[in-house]
Design a protein around this ligand. Structure first.
Ligand SMILES: [Zn+2]
Length: 288
């Protein structure tokens, strides 16, 4: 059946529209501070996904999780300068499969490419996948090694802290604090609001994902902590807010802005503006 085109009741005023868009772009600095566009889930349509993301976003941060992924992330950033930014790290679940020598070589590789990255991560602790005490001990040592690299390069650390309750988060917080790390973001924060407050008091940032739609505790975090400490992400291809579309995409980050605005009883423009500033302040990047 043919669908009739909707008829515009009023002719749009071109100058009015142009003004509207200009105003809109002046304030919009929507960003996804953590995603994995290098992953195989995008192998068939990566460029289209990025083209779609560019319609809505001002930038995305792709986090490299291991050496091969790191190379892909840098290649992607070279293709999309000033849109795809990169952080490089060794995800805790990838520590086990690497020898000390391989890790050393990878650390050197990152140092050599320091001008092309905006942070170190993701790095951290994962009590969900890594439980064996010996493996955990090594994971922590490697975590500290990468925190030292972040300090040396003077870039923020992007932290993955996952485990039963707030245990991994609290331990991770103690480690970054003891290591005197000045700049860090707790990516995909799933901890208690009280822990989020402590993190902010220590001067670190909290990044909330699109799964905030399904999480009462994340909404509480958004409400309680200052807007000046919040960041927004998707962790795409994971954590899709849409059950019908299990592969997440960066533009879904807009639901996080909307939810933060709701929790703060503010408007999306104010939230955009502030989070854009937070991003620029933490990662030392000027959004175009
Ligand atoms: Zn991630």
């Amino acid at each position: 059946m043919l669908r009739r085109k909707p008829v515009l009741k009023e002719k749009p005023c071109f100058f009015g529209q142009a003004f509207f868009f200009k105003e809109m772009f002046r304030v919009i600095k929507i960003i996804d501070v953590h995603c994995h566009l290098t992953f195989k889930e995008y192998d068939t349509d990566r460029e289209q996904v990025i083209a779609d993301a560019k319609q809505v976003l001002n930038g995305v941060v792709v986090s490299g999780v291991e050496p091969e992924d790191a190379k892909k992330a840098l290649e992607l950033a070279a293709l999309h300068e000033n849109f795809v930014f990169v952080t490089l790290g060794l995800h805790p679940i990838h520590v086990e499969e690497r020898t000390d020598q391989e890790i050393e070589r990878y650390v050197e590789f990152i140092s050599e490419h320091k001008r092309r990255i905006v942070g170190i991560g993701e790095i951290g602790l994962d009590y969900h996948w890594v439980r064996d005490p010996l493996k955990l001990k090594r994971t922590k040592e490697v975590f500290v090694e990468f925190l030292e690299l972040a300090k040396e390069l003077n870039v923020p650390a992007v932290l993955h802290l996952r485990g039963t309750g707030s245990e991994a988060i609290e331990e991770g917080l103690k480690i970054v604090s003891d290591e005197d790390v000045k700049k860090a973001v707790f990516h995909c924060f799933t901890g208690k609001p009280s822990v989020a407050e402590t993190i902010c008091e220590e001067g670190y940032y909290i990044s909330l994902p699109a799964s905030i739609m399904r999480s009462k505790s994340m909404r509480k975090v958004a409400k309680r902590i200052p807007l000046s400490r919040l960041l927004t992400e998707t962790d795409a291809p994971y954590l899709s807010p849409d059950e019908e579309a299990p592969r997440n995409v960066p533009q879904n980050v807009k639901v996080v802005y909307e939810e933060i605005a709701r929790q703060k009883k503010s408007d999306v423009e104010t939230v955009n503006e502030e989070i854009g500033h937070n991003f620029e302040r933490l990662f030392g990047v000027k959004l175009s």
